[in-house]
Design a protein around this ligand. Structure first.
Ligand SMILES: [Zn+2]
Length: 69
């Protein structure tokens, strides 16, 4: 374990384009922070993956069609 003085590896944060530390200490990688990660996920959910709301009432509580045998 002699990593003293070794510069942290960084990547570019996809959200803010700023430096993001790429290490086990950064659980949000490749993002620089939780905020940037949530922003990216939110944008994806809102703009890229619109799910129509409706038509789930034919499924039972297990999410399966009504064939209980
Ligand atoms: Zn960022």
């Amino acid at each position: 374990m002699s990593e003293a003085g070794k510069p942290a590896r960084t990547v570019r944060c996809p959200t803010c384009q700023g430096p993001s530390v790429w290490s086990a200490e950064n659980p949000y990688k490749p993002f620089c922070s939780e905020r940037c990660r949530l922003i990216d996920l939110g944008a994806w959910a809102n703009e890229e993956y619109r799910v129509p709301v409706a038509e789930n009432d034919t499924l039972d509580e297990n999410g399966l069609p009504d064939s209980k045998d």
